[in-house]
Unconditional design. Structure first.
Lengths: 930, 110
């Protein structure tokens, strides 16, 4: 009876016994010999001959080896020692069956490797700490508003209050970001449109501009000292007066290398950001992302933000939420204490906020362990967590397929090892010992696979991280993903591979120790026992079902994204360039109008340009209004019909190819009433079902709905419907954006709206010619350009399913590959085991073709059962995915039929190759084999 | 005719070894001889039980072993009581006393 507390010393004792086995054995020998000699001496003293004394002592002493064995057991050597024996034996078995070992290790490594890769990604994004010294002391600050929404962005005045008055933190820092126009930088000019179908295009970085931009993070002056990071060269920001005298900026080493080729002369030079000259005073370490996921190009102190931001109230407005806050807990302070203190101060600050703002209502402060994520995991949106769960489920499934696969291989091998196992049983090994032996073998296999998987996933994640970093243009910073395997990941791999080993080893181990009864020694081993073949069938069916469901889901997602691209949207997406002129504080509205008008005139004369109009991208209007019919004024209370509206130029419909169904369009006559509107077909049907909408009137109200400052709003007048256009379909899955009211864009408001150009040929070829045109007009004017097709590509209905399919298809394909390997391996074994039966059949006159048919029929039965189950599974999955699928029925015949046929073909092939071997069985040889 | 030596009841051997070692470090042979003598040749411990018991007690941490020279100058393995062994001995001893007292009481019934 050992006490709990002595467990550890007991383990050490046993370990010593194991490690110093030789010493322990000699000591035991010596001890017993000493006793024996003493006994002999004592007997000799009683007066008998030495020979007689030796004989009697031997008699008294009894079996030497038995005592030793009992001592060994008493020392606890036994269990560990047999464990080592098992391990050695297992290693020998694996070494002697290189084919089996290779296939099993490769299969498992695939399954484990995918899991590790996703776990690494999960760790790199979700569980990522802040990039700081002692990151464990860092916390994120957030607020839960009275609406229940969580917020992680604070206003700068609030930050100052927290920084100066909270005692729970030894340092409190703020960070916010912006994309600034870079000038006077020299060096190479970035390639503007390297996005043709590339990964960066897929990620939505396809907007190009005539200006070079740089990702900039605004940080509080104490940012680097609180995080505990020093510049690799140069120095950190000076004090406030020094900063006011000469604006300073830090550059990241990553950007220095990507943009300037690592030129050290850059330190101390001036560059212009949004037109303001800054001196580069220091270089931050490579890959240092601070509180963000990416390494910005520049770091600017918050105090200088008003210089580069158009909003002059940037630092002083309490309801402008621009910065995230992070704190380093003071020594000995717990997170809940800090949170309580912050909560009290938040209660005071509440009264200083605008009474209209949500921040003036009661709210609760909360802290969570330092992370670049803007919210703790449990507060992230349900959809996000759902996606993570879905991916984890998919990769977990692949591991299960791999395990089922190796389990059926093990089972097949156990049948051929039956002689060996029953020999060991009859020589006195206990069944427990046998199961342990087989489990040890499986665990060893699992660990080997884990090692291979680690290397495999390391290469995979490193490659992906590198690709992701390269895909993002330098002006958006450098995404940093830490994918180096660490202890956590190692522990994870270790656990997964051990669990996998036990998972796939358990059933075969029990199965074979059960069937390997001693009687099996003399039993007929020529035919396969029905019982374990049923197990095989279940394994194969399960693999097929799961892999099929995965691939069908991937196929549906892919089909859906293609469908979403090719669907008739009610307008032309080809050959349209979208141009936006951002608001620049240095332009007065009048000046901007003049510039834009001149710009439009020059664009019109550009060769290849067919037509120009102003308006909005069909699905990016982003403005909604309440509708009042029969002269009533819409009020915020009667929002029964919210409808999208946008202001457009008369030729908008022609340029975008939106058909006019009834009535007139805006430029039918000059001097048309300002209150004329055109509605889309769906809108007309909703507002006046079954009636002629032409000549009807309506009012629009935007009170309480989102609109920009100083923007044209349609409130007030009674509008008259003069025409009906076709619907446009955009981003939403349910067509809720098809209902639309078009208002006429007044000539003097053209400058506030998006310019759309229809080109005669490929829009991408015309786009580069737009930029010199702007520069000749005003070198400081910035214009963003993108093709309409690119915008469509990154809308949710196209992007989400194609992105999900990119993840699901390789996972599903690996599943198919594994299932095919499993079928191949199992059929091969069955063929070998049934050699004698086949020989008998052939001797009795069976045709080769009928033998082949027999083998194929038997191996395809579980595949068909698996297909059936897989189709059921996939139907369930597609029901879950229906929200992300665009314009597809729940059971998409293309995906279901196509993938099922592919499965049948692959499994037939996998079964055919080994089955052919059965045909070649020579009956004479097979029968003599006995 | 002298009485034959008694076999030890289960579990008492550990107690006797600990008690003998409470007098000072001893090797296995001396322990068996001492038990034999002190019990007036009533108790005899076989090697087959003694050595596994010693190794068991050592693993439990109640005794520890070191090599030393015997009376006739041979290398012998000496066992001695550890702190926790002393505690264990005290506990076992009082338990044994309670047990024997109870058994004696029952046997003394008239």
């Amino acid at each position: 009876m050992l006490l709990e507390g002595t467990m550890f010393s007991d383990l050490l004792f046993r370990l010593r016994a194991l490690l110093h086995r030789k010493t322990v054995e000699t000591e035991l020998d010596d001890e017993l010999r000493f006793h024996f000699d003493q006994q002999m001496e004592k007997l000799a003293q009683s007066g008998i001959t030495p020979e007689e004394a030796r004989r009697r002592a031997r008699l008294i002493f009894g079996g030497d080896d038995q005592i030793k064995e009992e001592c060994r057991q008493a020392r606890g050597l036994h269990l560990l020692e047999t464990g080592v024996q098992d391990l050695r034996y297992a290693a020998r078995m694996l070494y002697r069956n290189p084919g089996f070992t290779l296939v099993a290790v490769f299969t498992l490594a695939l399954g484990i490797g995918i899991n590790v890769a996703f776990f690494t990604a999960y760790k790199a994004f979700i569980l990522r700490p802040l990039d700081a010294r002692d990151p464990g002391q860092m916390v994120d600050l957030g607020m839960v508003l009275h609406t229940g929404d969580s917020r992680a962005f604070f206003s700068y005045p609030d930050y100052e209050a927290y920084r100066d008055r909270l005692r729970s933190f030894s340092g409190l820092i703020a960070a916010g970001g912006d994309n600034l126009v870079l000038a006077d930088a020299g060096g190479n000019i970035l390639d503007r449109s390297s996005t043709d179908g590339s990964l960066s295009g897929l990620l939505g970085f396809s907007i190009s501009s005539n200006k070079e931009r740089a990702a900039t993070t605004f940080v509080s002056e104490n940012y680097f000292s609180v995080l505990g990071v020093a510049p690799v060269r140069g120095r950190l920001f000076g004090n406030a007066s020094e900063l006011a005298a000469s604006p300073q900026v830090l550059i990241s080493e990553n950007y220095l290398e990507r943009r300037f080729g690592g030129d050290p002369a850059l330190l101390g030079r001036a560059i212009r950001l949004n037109g303001v000259a800054f001196t580069i005073i220091g270089i931050t370490p490579r890959d240092f992302g601070g509180t963000g996921f990416d390494v910005p190009d520049f770091w600017i102190p918050f105090g200088l933000a008003p210089l580069v931001e158009s909003d002059s109230l940037y630092l002083t407005h309490r309801d402008q939420y621009s910065c995230r806050l992070f704190g380093r807990l003071a020594p000995g302070t717990r997170m809940d204490q800090a949170q309580a203190e912050m909560n009290v101060l938040a209660g005071h600050l509440r009264t200083l906020h605008d009474p209209q703002s949500d921040w003036s209502k009661p709210s609760t402060a909360f802290l969570w362990p330092g992370s670049p994520l803007p919210l703790p995991i449990n507060r992230l949106s349900g959809r996000f967590r759902y996606a993570v769960l879905l991916i984890m489920g998919a990769v977990g499934t692949v591991l299960i397929i791999a395990c089922a696969n190796v389990a059926s291989l093990q089972l097949a091998r156990a049948m051929s090892r039956k002689n060996e196992l029953s020999m060991r049983l009859s020589l006195g090994a206990s069944r427990r010992r046998l199961v342990r032996q087989l489990l040890t073998e499986s665990a060893l296999l699992g660990m080997l696979a884990g090692l291979v998987a680690l290397a495999f996933s390391w290469i995979l994640t490193k490659g992906l991280a590198y690709m992701a970093a390269q895909a993002i243009p330098a002006q958006y910073g450098t995404l940093i993903v830490h994918v180096t395997p660490d202890l956590g990941i190692l522990a994870y791999v270790f656990a997964v591979s051990l669990a996998a080993g036990i998972l796939f080893g358990l059933v075969p181990a029990f199965e074979s120790s059960r069937s390997a009864l001693p009687s099996a020694l003399k039993a007929n081993v020529g035919t396969s026992p029905v019982r374990s073949r049923r197990l095989h069938d279940i394994f194969i069916a399960a693999q097929v079902a799961v892999a099929l469901a995965l691939l069908i889901a991937a196929g549906m997602l892919l089909h859906s994204s293609i469908h979403a691209l090719e669907v008739d949207r009610g307008y032309n997406t080809k050959n349209i360039i979208v141009l936006q002129v951002p608001n620049d504080p240095k332009y007065t509205p009048g000046r901007k109008a003049a510039v834009v008008s001149e710009f439009r005139a020059r664009l019109a004369s550009l060769p290849g340009v067919a037509a120009i109009t102003s308006g909005e991208v069909p699905f990016q209007a982003g403005r909604r209004a309440a509708v009042g019919l029969n002269g009533e004024v819409p009020s915020p209370q009667s929002k029964r019909a919210l409808i999208d509206y946008s202001y457009v130029e008369p030729n908008y419909f022609e340029v975008l190819g939106i058909p006019l169904l009834f009535g007139r369009d805006f430029h039918a006559q000059a001097g048309l009433n300002e209150t004329a509107v055109i509605v889309s077909e769906s809108a007309a049907q909703q507002l006046w079902p079954g009636q002629n909408p032409i000549g009807r009137s309506l009012r629009l109200g935007t009170d309480g709905l989102f609109h920009g400052k100083g923007e044209l709003t349609p409130d007030g007048p009674l509008y008259q419907v003069i025409g009906v256009t076709g619907d446009t379909h955009g981003a939403s899955f349910d067509d809720s954006d098809a209902k639309h009211v078009y208002l006429r864009l007044p000539e003097d408001r053209l400058q506030d709206h998006t310019i759309l150009i229809r080109t005669q040929s490929d829009a991408k070829q015309i786009m580069p010619e737009v930029f010199p045109l702007i520069s000749s007009l005003d070198p400081d004017l910035e214009v963003n350009a993108v093709t309409l097709e690119d915008i469509v590509h990154v809308t949710a209905s196209v992007f989400l399913p194609s992105f999900a399919a990119t993840i699901a298809s390789p996972v599903g394909l690996i599943g198919l590959l594994l299932a095919a390997m499993g079928i191949y391996g199992t059929v091969s074994y069955i063929v070998v085991l049934r050699t004698r039966e086949v020989g008998v059949r052939m001797a009795l006159g069976a045709q080769k073709r009928s033998i082949l048919g027999l083998m194929l029929r038997q191996s395809m039965r579980p595949v068909l059962a698996g297909l059936f189950a897989g189709i059921l599974l996939a139907t369930g999955a597609s029901y879950l995915l229906r929200g992300a699928l665009h314009g597809l029925h729940t059971v998409d015949p293309v995906s279901f039929g196509g993938v099922s046929l592919m499965f049948i073909a692959v499994s037939l092939l996998a079964a055919y190759v080994p089955s052919r071997r059965a045909m070649r069985v020579d009956p004479v040889v097979a029968l003599r084999y006995e | 005719m002298p009485q034959l030596p008694l076999d030890l009841p289960q579990g008492t051997l550990d107690l006797l070894i600990l008690r003998i070692l409470a007098l000072g470090p001893q090797h296995g042979w001396a322990i068996s001889e001492r038990i034999h003598q002190v019990s007036s040749r009533v108790l005899e411990v076989r090697q087959g039980s003694l050595y596994p018991a010693l190794h068991r007690l050592e693993r439990a941490g109640w005794i520890k072993a070191r090599w030393g020279a015997s009376e006739n100058n041979r290398r012998a393995k000496y066992y001695e009581l550890t702190k926790s062994g002393r505690k264990q001995l005290a506990a076992d001893q009082s338990e044994w006393k309670r047990l024997t007292a109870a058994v004696a009481q029952i046997l003394a019934m008239s």
